[in-house]
Design a binder for this molecule. Structure first.
Ligand SMILES: Nc1nc2c(c(=O)[nH]1)N[C@H]1C(S)=C(S)[C@@H](COP(=O)(O)OP(=O)(O)OC[C@H]3O[C@@H](n4cnc5c(=O)[nH]c(N)nc54)[C@H](O)[C@@H]3O)O[C@H]1N2
Ligand SMILES: Nc1nc2c(c(=O)[nH]1)N[C@H]1C(S)=C(S)[C@@H](COP(=O)(O)OP(=O)(O)OC[C@H]3O[C@@H](n4cnc5c(=O)[nH]c(N)nc54)[C@H](O)[C@@H]3O)O[C@H]1N2
Ligand SMILES: [Mo]
Length: 691
């Protein structure tokens, strides 16, 4: 028997992007372990990825191309050959492209975060074709936009510094579930005497283990940040020197936050005024002591109407107190902007002729149902889905389903499994998993460039995304030599090695070593140097004014909350959020039995008082509904959810739920204040016991 160890990288949409060691015995991957030498992975994997072989060799893996023989959504398919599949697709796409290529739409997100298997050959293909562009907004664009207006780029505190902090504020994140290796660092800090504070309407696994938990109303984080700024300024916890040299618009900010007294803030956020005053003092004092006060801001704050502004307001805090001076201070939202990814080389936007229209992935429900118009352009006639499962993850499912069910829509899905979305495909193409293909990775939680070597041969007839688009390009008659580049050649272009941060990048050595840290300063904004137009942290942003936004930090109430929409709340009084379940990764892994067993079934956490008035007992099946739709779940009666809030951990595969539905039946397609992102956690519902 020959046994080898292959260096790989976790491809999942998670900030941790772990370095993996894959054991291969006679061509079969038998174990996936965390690399003990990689500083952030530290030899530890989450339960999900330690089961990656179970997923790879799952009996339900798609191993051949398929053609639909039943109704759309029914899930009846027959096996066809690759030649037949590719010929069919080309024959359908060619006449559409001849009329108007913008009637063809790619739909993809981060099933893999790989720079090669994500957007490289696929983008080249759609650029050459002249297809509609896709605005990839479903996750991070609200917060990233708010952060960029304030700080300039998604650069922040290095994850490897957090264990040295004295105060860590975990703001709208649940790292035990979704950022485990950051949590390990926070635990280390705690052992050294750091205080951990969670800001979250729900007592998540993480909030439960922090010293303090501020359970504010969902969607009110921007107000909390304004209240904290009010106290910091009123009580003079400021770093005047930092403000004078490295910020813009302090006087206007001061005037703006004057109205955000602790009492007003408390009223808006549904918390006690003393909580705001005490947190501001703790933050101010830690900074004054010259100790690290670090904010880990995450996605929980962004999925509401004012999600961009919330992140912007939070990002003002470390500049007010000079927290950026300390390497273990400041803030991390995402480290993605640290990586000089060579997108132009990978995606070849120069192949585009003209400027096709852009379709927002977060409104796919509405957009698939639109007919041709001057404003919209041509009706979407073909959609090619890869690295995503929109039937489960996109908001307002009923509309998404109606769109994908259109008889006149030609749908191709590249997948590893027969997902809810694959059930609507005309043609399904089997895709490889991370163990079967090559890739290079940037990350959004740490600062290492990462390599993924293929550990095993593709299973069955599965092919990598890149290979599928190479073959499709051939069928379409695209003869630019860029359509022949190998995955290795693509990976070798992943980072711009002329950029000082990636001077060490060389694919041959990266794939041998597995990972390489970017050259970044220890404390990125200790001496200012913000990437904004002014080079300062912008309390006042002229760019925001230009974009029609309030140039100063402000509070934008949710679309759907009892305070902002009392008429709606009279019918649907409960706020619903649907954050990630620990054992799933978005909708990935829901079909892995051991992980689904750990989650059990779709649950709804609901406060005892809200149950009492509705005659709901623990373990009852309940229906969660609003004007957009409904789904059922089993009630867990718990004060983890504050009164007026219900929590349905997600994202379930619909077909694996008892009613064939999930939380996105009730979410809306309304967009955030900036970044055109979805508002998953801005949803009012009513709950009733299922008879
Ligand atoms: N296990 C697991 N890990 C994941 C994922 C997964 O699905 N499963 N998904 C990955 C992806 S794609 C992403 S984007 C990240 C997400 O990473 P995180 O942002 O850390 O996501 P969550 O774990 O949902 O944490 C969000 C927390 O925000 C809280 N929250 C909801 N609304 C509000 C609000 O209005 N204000 C505040 N302050 N908090 C609020 C929720 O209760 C929840 O506890 O995780 C990644 N990692
Ligand atoms: N209600 C609610 N909805 C949400 C969220 C929420 O918190 N609540 N979170 C939102 C967020 S943060 C995000 S990021 C989105 C995520 O939405 P998606 O990016 O769609 O994520 P997944 O559901 O994990 O689906 C990814 C799919 O890609 C497939 N895949 C993986 N690797 C490959 C590959 O190499 N090739 C091909 N062809 N396919 C591959 C997987 O099998 C999987 O089915 O969901 C959003 N939806
Ligand atoms: Mo995400």
């Amino acid at each position: 028997m020959t046994t080898t160890q292959v260096r790989a990288t976790c491809p999942l949409d998670c900030p941790d992007t772990c370095a993996l060691l894959v054991t291969v015995e006679d061509g079969v991957a038998t174990a996936v372990k965390g690399d003990p030498d990689h500083p952030t992975t530290a030899g530890v994997l989450c339960t999900k990825v330690s089961r990656y072989t179970e997923r790879t060799y799952h009996a339900d893996r798609l191993l051949t191309p398929l053609r639909r023989v039943g109704r759309k959504g029914e899930g009846k398919f027959e096996r066809i050959s690759w030649d037949e599949a590719l010929d069919t697709i080309a024959a359908r796409l060619k006449p559409i492209a001849a009329r108007n290529p913008q009637a063809i739409l790619p739909y993809s997100y981060c099933g893999t975060m790989g720079l090669v298997q994500g957007e490289s050959m696929s983008s080249r293909f759609f650029h050459q074709l002249g297809a509609s562009l896709l605005d990839r907004t479903i996750c991070a664009s609200a917060g990233a936009t708010g952060y960029r207006y304030t700080v300039g780029a998604t650069i922040g505190t290095d994850m490897e510094q957090f264990q040295n902090a004295k105060l860590i504020i975990i703001w709208g994140g649940n790292p035990i579930a979704s950022n485990l290796h950051f949590w390990m660092r926070a635990q280390e800090a705690k052992r050294h005497g750091a205080t951990l504070v969670a800001i979250d309407p729900y007592r998540s696994l993480t909030a439960e283990k922090c010293h303090q938990h501020i359970a504010l109303l969902p969607g009110t984080d921007a107000a909390l940040a304004l209240g904290l700024m009010h106290v910091l300024i009123a009580e003079d916890w400021l770093d005047h020197d930092y403000i004078a040299n490295h910020t813009l618009g302090f006087d206007a900010l001061k005037e703006r936050v004057a109205e955000w007294t602790p009492e007003r803030t408390a009223d808006t956020c549904g918390i006690a005024a003393v909580q705001i005053v005490e947190l501001a003092r703790l933050y101010g004092q830690t900074c004054r002591n010259g100790e690290g006060a670090a904010i880990r801001a995450n996605y929980g704050v962004q999925r509401v109407r004012g999600g961009g502004m919330a992140v912007r307001n939070i990002a003002c805090l470390p500049a007010l107190t000079g927290a950026w001076r300390h390497a273990a201070g400041g803030m991390q939202l995402s480290s993605s902007g640290s990586f000089p990814v060579n997108r132009k080389a990978l995606q070849r936007p120069d192949l585009l002729q003209g400027t096709p229209r852009t379709i927002n992935m977060s409104t796919i429900g509405d957009d698939l149902l639109k007919t041709a118009s001057a404003e919209f352009g041509p009706q979407v006639e073909a959609v090619i889905v890869y690295n995503s499962n929109p039937l489960a993850v996109a908001p307002e499912s009923a509309r998404v389903e109606q769109g994908f069910a259109r008889e006149d829509l030609f749908t191709v899905v590249l997948e590893q499994f027969q997902t809810d979305t694959a059930d609507y495909a005309d043609i399904v193409l089997p895709a490889t998993t991370q163990l079967e293909h090559v890739d290079a990775h940037s990350t959004y939680g740490h600062l290492y460039m990462m390599a993924n070597n293929a550990a095993i041969a593709p299973l069955g007839e599965a092919k990598a995304n890149t290979e599928i688009f190479r073959l499709l390009a051939q069928r379409m008659g695209f003869d630019d030599p860029c359509f022949q580049e190998s995955d290795e050649a693509l990976a070798a272009q992943a980072f711009d090695a002329t950029d000082a941060r990636a001077v060490h990048f060389d694919w041959e050595s990266l794939k041998r070593k597995g990972w390489q840290k970017l050259a970044m300063p220890e404390a990125p904004f200790a001496n200012g140097g913000f990437a904004t137009p002014s080079g300062k942290c912008e309390f006042y942003s002229a760019s925001m004014a230009q974009a029609g936004l309030d140039p100063l930090p402000s509070y934008i109430a949710p679309y759907e909350s009892p305070a902002s929409n009392p008429e709606l709340a009279a019918r649907y009084p409960l706020a619903m959020i649907s954050p990630p379940a620990r054992n799933f990764l978005n909708s990935t892994f829901v079909n892995v039995k051991s992980l689904r067993a750990a989650e059990g079934e779709p649950h709804l956490d609901i406060h005892p008082d809200d149950c009492a008035t509705r005659g709901i007992a623990a373990g009852d099946m309940v229906r969660i509904f609003n004007d957009r739709g409904s789904f059922v779940a089993r009630a867990r009666v718990t004060d983890k959810a504050r009164r007026g809030l219900v929590v349905g951990l997600s994202v379930w595969w619909k077909k694996l739920a008892s009613d064939g539905k999930n939380a996105n039946e009730v979410t809306s397609q309304r967009l955030t204040d900036m970044g055109r992102a979805p508002t998953f956690y801005d949803t009012l519902v009513e709950v009733e016991k299922v008879a």
